[in-house]
Write a protein that binds this ligand. Structure first.
Ligand code: NAP
Length: 260
């Protein structure tokens, strides 16, 4: 048996960073893992120029599909895979299921629960970014706070009616809407900050993916308080029939059970 229990964490989210911190090194170094220390390697896609790095080892870049990921699992003697990617990163999640089965490595998906509307919310749920663009036209939105990320801006490029406030980690590249201002920032965001942003820019509509989680939820509360409507893009279907944890702590318990 090797001296370390090797976990490959497919990351790119706040929860993945938190989980890497909980798992890497000493916390599970004990009898439950026959004395083996946990070694976490977080994998990032490489979409963000200067990512916030988690504890443990980090590798960056794609694997080359499910086959490439399966080869990686075998070559690096990975003992467990945790898919802690964003709920909209459907391709890598599907590849993780195929690769883990092929390489006979246990897989857990860490999926933060969907957001649910509260009393006073004015939500318009759509199935895609294209659906969100259609909804903006139908709702006659004038001042839109677009929080769906820089890679999906093309879906809104044809809309010349509304003015857009776009928030993204890195600067957007065309195609994007003609009438647009960009804020470069990354979560977590505060409620006071989101209130101020909606007020200062006189936003009438927020567009968001149903990302779930606490880091980017304050915009929903701020929108509710201000009577601002929200266009919510539904999640793509997640792979079924695999172990799922809703929080990093639950994922830690899953690893303990594997090692025990
Ligand atoms: P995707 O469509 O599911 O994946 C496309 C390809 O990118 C995958 O086939 C894989 O390439 C590579 N990839 C994705 N995640 C990877 C990872 N963690 N490590 C190594 N390779 C990865 O993913 P996406 O929607 O472009 O998102 C990319 C990353 O950004 C994800 O890791 C996700 O957690 C993070 N993120 C996404 C969103 C979003 O809204 N989609 C929001 C916040 C953060 P190969 O096939 O070559 O392996």
């Amino acid at each position: 048996m090797s001296e370390t229990f090797r976990v490959l964490l497919l990351g790119g989210t706040t929860e993945a960073r938190r989980l890497a911190g909980l798992l890497h090194g000493e916390p599970l170094h004990g009898a439950s893992l026959d004395g083996r220390a946990i070694h976490v390697t977080t994998s990032l896609a490489g979409r963000v120029a200067r990512p916030v790095l988690p504890p443990g080892e980090v590798r960056i870049g794609g694997f080359g599909g499910a086959e490439g990921l399966s080869r990686h699992l075998r070559a690096h003697h990975v003992d467990a895979v945790i898919d802690a990617t964003h709920p909209f990163a459907a391709t890598i999640s599907r590849n993780a299921v195929l690769a883990a089965a092929d390489a006979h490595v246990p897989l857990l998906a860490l999926r933060r629960p969907s957001w649910v509307p509260a009393e006073g919310d004015d939500w318009h749920t759509v199935g895609s970014l294209a659906g969100a663009a259609e909804a903006l036209a139908a709702l006659r939105a004038r001042r839109v706070f677009l929080t769906t990320g820089r890679t999906g801006l093309a879906a809104f490029a044809g809309l010349d009616g509304p003015w857009f406030l776009v928030r993204s980690v890195d600067a957007p590249e065309p195609p994007y809407p003609a009438r647009m201002e960009t804020i470069l920032d990354r979560g977590p965001f505060t409620l006071d900050g989101e209130r101020e942003l909606l007020r200062r820019h006189r936003v009438d509509t927020v567009v968001t993916k149903d990302s779930g989680g606490a880091a980017t939820a304050p915009k929903l509360t701020a929108a509710r308080e201000a009577g601002v409507r929200v266009v919510v893009v539904r999640r793509p279907p997640a792979p079924e029939g695999i172990c799922v944890a809703a929080t990093p702590d639950e994922a830690v318990r899953w690893v303990r059970q594997l090692g025990g």
